[in-house]
Write a protein that binds this ligand. Structure first.
Ligand SMILES: Nc1nc2c(ncn2[C@@H]2O[C@H](COP(=O)(O)OP(=O)(O)OP(=O)(O)O)[C@@H](O)[C@H]2O)c(=O)[nH]1
Length: 204
């Protein structure tokens, strides 16, 4: 199934103390690095950010959360992206997941093609809805949840035909690699961990 990459770059970054998507990794802002990783591997790239971010690349669409749900968390970003996507499926990618893998996104989209509303990786008993594929048909449910003030991703996921993929199903990644792929950066310590890992050589 054709899919769009939907990069989430809203939020407060309060634990980091600075905008995560603008922090430098490999000599450029994280958001640019994410765009480079996914460019040419998907239908289009959508970035949902609320800080006036501008990206001068005609293949990248940057937009703020839809006004009505502005700042309502990742679910608002998913809503905005799904509404603006030209594909039937999006792969949601939090901008603070520096090792989010294109290959894994493609694999998730293939599983989605089996007829699910969403495909969400699960590792060591924890779901990772911020690196997961979603079908556009869930839009009315996402909207309803936001209207009800139910901002938790999991509450929305409980209402759709979501398929959780277990680590044992992942075709080419062992648990250690998956941990890196699903690693998200929240604090300055996490940032240092990521920088060290990149210096050692990309894991993927
Ligand atoms: N579009 C959009 N993205 C969001 C919003 N809130 C969080 N995100 C994104 O969702 C991902 C996970 O965010 P969190 O780490 O939970 O929240 P955060 O605001 O970035 O950081 P904290 O303030 O430290 O919790 C990140 O990629 C954020 O950029 C929002 O209201 N709108």
């Amino acid at each position: 199934m054709k899919w769009s990459a939907l990069l989430l770059a809203g939020g407060q970054s309060s634990r980091m103390g600075q905008k995560k998507h603008m922090m430098q990794l490999e000599g450029r802002p994280m958001i640019d690095r994410q765009i480079d990783r996914f460019a040419n591997h998907c239908e289009e790239i959508l970035v949902v950010a609320n800080d006036g971010l501008e990206i001068s690349d005609e293949h990248v669409k940057v937009m703020p959360d839809i006004e009505r749900f502005k700042g309502d968390g990742p679910l608002a970003g998913l809503y905005t992206g799904l509404k603006n996507s030209r594909s039937d499926a999006v792969c949601l990618i939090a901008c603070d997941m520096p090792f989010a893998s294109v290959k894994m996104a493609s694999w998730l989209s293939e599983v989605l093609d089996e007829g699910y509303d969403a495909v969400i990786p699960r590792l060591k008993g924890r779901s990772h809805p911020l690196f997961a594929c979603y079908h556009k048909r869930i839009l009315p449910i996402v909207e309803e949840q936001l209207i009800l003030g139910k901002r938790k991703m999991q509450d929305m996921i409980d209402r759709i035909a979501a398929r959780e993929v277990q680590e044992s199903e992942a075709p080419e990644w062992d648990a250690e690699k998956l941990e890196w792929i699903l690693f998200n950066m929240n604090t300055p310590e996490d940032y240092e961990t990521v920088r060290r890992k990149i210096e050692e050589g990309d894991i993927l």
